[in-house]
Write a protein that binds this ligand. Structure first.
Ligand code: APR
Length: 274
C-alpha cells in the first residue's frame, strides 16, 4: 500500500519496513555514521526509481526508443549520424522528468550535506532530482539532461523546465547537443578527478542504487575502501559491488535512507505509514 506525501508521489516506509531496516543497521555502521567527518555518496538510477524514473538494467529489460536500443540512441555515433533523433529522445525523457519529484532518499541525502563536515555527492544520474531535493555542488559524472553543450565551442546552456532549448549555440552558432555522457564517450575529466579524490579521502562511503556495471564510476567504492573508509551499499538486489562492501542494506533507497534521520538526530521522528 502507498500513501501520498508532501513529496507528491514518494512512498513513506511502513513501520514493518522501518523495523526490518533498523535491524540491518549494525552498531559498526551506526558508530561510523555518527563519527564520520568525510563522507562520500555515490548514487545511480535506483535512487530515482521511487520517483518514477525507470532504471536502465533493473527488471531485466533495457529501454528501446523507436526500435533503437538505449545504447544506440544514447551514443556518440548517433550524435554524428542523427543529432535531431538524439534530441527527440532526450526531449522525450526531459518531458517525463518535468513532473517527477525527489523521494525520501533524495531528501535524506540532501540533509547530509549540512550534517557531515565534509560531504561529497557523486551521481551517475542525469535527472537533476538531487538538486531538486536541495543538494548542492553535486558531481554529475554523466552530465545533466537539463543542459545543452555546443559541439564547437563547448559552451554549456541550462535548459529550463517547460522551457524551449536553443537550436544553436548563441555564442558561436554551432550545433548544440545534450550535455550528457553518451555511450562511447569519456567522462568529464574534472568531475571524475574530484570524485576519485573524495573517494580516496573519506571515512564513510554509501553506494546507493547502482548496479556497479558502468566504469569508471563503479570503481569509486574500491578506492574508498582501499583508503580505509567503511563502504555501505543500499540496493534491493545484490550487485557486482556487494562483495566489495563492508555493509549491505537490502531495500529500496526511499525506504532505507529515512532511517538515518533518526540515527543522525536521536529522538527525531521518522515518519512512516501508520
Ligand atoms: N532503491 C535502490 N536501488 C534500486 C531501487 C530502489 N528503489 N530500484 C532499483 N534499484 C537498483 C537495481 O537493483 C540496480 O542495481 O538500482 C540499480 C540500477 O542499476 P542500473 O539500471 O544499471 O543503473 P546505474 O547503475 O545507475 O547505471 C549506470 O549506466 O546506462 C548507463 O549512463 C547510464 O548512469 C547510467 C549508468
Amino acid at each position: 500500500m502507498c500513501c501520498l506525501t508532501p513529496f507528491g508521489c514518494a512512498l513513506l516506509p511502513s513501520k514493518a519496513i522501518m523495523q526490518s531496516v533498523q535491524k540491518q543497521i549494525s552498531d559498526k555502521l551506526r558508530e561510523r555514521f555518527l563519527s564520520a567527518t568525510r563522507v562520500l555518496v555515490l548514487t545511480g538510477a535506483g535512487v530515482s526509481a521511487e520517483s518514477g524514473v525507470p532504471t536502465f538494467r533493473g527488471g531485466g529489460n533495457s529501454a528501446v526508443w523507436k526500435g533503437l536500443p538505449f545504447e544506440v540512441i544514447s551514443s556518440a555515433q548517433m550524435v554524428e549520424r542523427d543529432l535531431p533523433a538524439v534530441w527527440e529522445w532526450f526531449d522525450y525523457r526531459r518531458d517525463l522528468l518535468q513532473a517527477l519529484q525527489p523521494n525520501p532518499a533524495h531528501t535524506e541525502i540532501a540533509a547530509w550535506q549540512d550534517h557531515f563536515p565534509v560531504f561529497t555527492l557523486v551521481t551517475q544520474n542525469i535527472d537533476g532530482l538531487h538538486q531538486k531535493a536541495g543538494s548542492r555542488d553535486v558531481i554529475e559524472l554523466h552530465g545533466s539532461i537539463w543542459r545543452a553543450r555546443c559541439v564547437g565551442c563547448h559552451a554549456r546552456y541550462e535548459i529550463l523546465s517547460h522551457g524551449t532549448r536553443p537550436d544553436e549555440c548563441p555564442g558561436c552558432g554551432d550545433s548544440l547537443r545534450p550535455d550528457v555522457v553518451l555511450f562511447g564517450e569519456m567522462l568529464p575529466a574534472l568531475a571524475f578527478e574530484q570524485a576519485a579524490a573524495a573517494a580516496a579521502n573519506c571515512d564513510l562511503c554509501f553506494v546507493i542504487g547502482t548496479s556497479g556495471i558502468v566504469y569508471p564510476a563503479a570503481g569509486l567504492p574500491a578506492i574508498a575502501r582501499a583508503s580505509g573508509a567503511l563502504v555501505c551499499e543500499v540496493n534491493p538486489e545484490s550487485t557486482t559491488l556487494s562483495d566489495q562492501c563492508d555493509e549491505v542494506l537490502t531495500g529500496k533507497a526511499g525506504e532505507v535512507l529515512p532511517i538515518f534521520t533518526e540515527v543522525r538526530s536521536p529522538g527525531a521522528e521518522v515518519r512512516s505509514q501508520k
